[in-house]
Design a protein around this ligand. Structure first.
Ligand SMILES: Nc1ncnc2c1ncn2[C@@H]1O[C@H](COP(=O)(O)OP(=O)(O)OP(=O)(O)O)[C@@H](O)[C@H]1O
Ligand SMILES: [Mg+2]
Length: 300
């Protein structure tokens, strides 16, 4: 397994100086393609991504990229890494073009002609050619995200790590962003973290759900929804009415709908006559996984 393509992670554990254990014994195999990392706030997604990007050291564990030991040879990974952090820093006054040029230098693109050609192609790819000479500080949220991906793609990374890239994007920007990620995923390992289940459902060949620092579920969207086949029941509880005690005991998820509250329950048979069979979706997988892991979503 260790000599296969992609990311290989075993026993990865990370404790912060304040005693918070953000990752506990994480095992993960991430093949080339688009891989989704789902989890609620505080689950450890950014911690995992920063650790993989070699920005912080784990307590213990093994990380390999295409068979190569990342902790022993971090520079090997860094040359092959594109990382888009959850928060992008501000660079007042510097234009997008100049910033890309600086990053390109840092990545070792010292030949001016290669550098210019790569930057022009990247700007085109993320649709920022026209805005390239404007200061980055004047970009909208969507433009900044696209600019971030252009920065992360300098040097044609083998591993692209993007931490909640679609938060705050309008639907058109989100689509554009997804298209770029899918393209990149045809030739690289792309790890995408999000709490938007829909993003993963539509885009990712495989996914893992992280809760309280542990991987609780891993597989393809289809496999994971198939596991819940025949186990889910739904009822719309009209506004002002309450679920029976028996029904609420098996309820894994409540969502507001226009005429009341949709309750989704997990049970071998319908908890009451008001429930009808519910076809599992990835969102249900997510809620069931968190409930099984004992992670309270209300507290997250
Ligand atoms: N630098 C740090 N020092 C101490 N604790 C930290 C630090 N960074 C994160 N944590 C803690 O580690 C846990 C995991 O945080 P992390 O940021 O990895 O979660 P996340 O899944 O990325 O959450 P979000 O969806 O909110 O971005 C949390 O309990 C958080 O408070
Ligand atoms: Mg995060």
């Amino acid at each position: 397994m260790t000599d296969s393509a992609g990311l290989f992670i075993r026993g990865l554990t990370k404790t912060y100086a304040n005693g918070i254990r953000a990752l506990s014994d994480v095992d993960l195999d991430v093949p080339p393609g688009l891989y989704g990392l789902l989890g609620p706030n505080g689950a450890g997604k950014s911690t995992l991504m920063r650790t993989l990007a070699t920005l912080q050291a784990p307590d213990c564990g093994e990380i390999r990229l295409d068979g190569l030991d990342v902790r022993a040879e971090p520079d090997h990974l860094r040359r092959r890494l594109g990382y888009l952090p959850q928060q992008i820093g501000a660079y007042p006054g510097v234009s997008g073009y100049d910033l890309l040029t600086r990053f390109s230098w840092l990545k070792g693109r010292t030949d001016a002609r290669t550098r210019r050609a790569e930057i022009a192609a990247l700007l085109e790819r993320v649709n920022l050619t026209e805005a390239a000479r404007r200061p980055v500080a004047t970009y909208s949220g969507g433009m900044l995200r696209r600019f971030g991906i252009a920065m992360a793609l300098i040097g044609a990374p083998r591993l692209l790590i993007v931490d909640e890239p679609t938060a705050g994007l309008d639907p058109a920007e989100r689509n554009r962003f997804h298209r770029v990620l899918s393209e990149v995923a045809s030739e690289a390992v792309v790890l995408l973290s999000t709490h938007i289940v829909e993003d993963v459902e539509n885009l990712c060949a495989r996914l893992a759900i992280l809760a309280a620092g542990r991987i609780v579920v891993e597989g393809t969207p289809r496999e994971l929804t198939a596991r819940l086949e025949g186990q889910l029941w739904a009822q719309v509880v009209p506004r002002g009415e309450a679920l029976s005690e028996a029904a609420s005991a098996s309820t894994v998820h409540l969502a507001a709908v226009p005429n009341g509250t949709l309750a989704v329950a997990q049970a071998p048979e319908a908890p009451s006559g008001d429930f009808v069979a519910h076809r599992p979706r990835l969102e249900d997988v997510y809620h069931v996984a968190l409930a099984e892991a004992g992670v309270s979503e209300a507290a997250a």
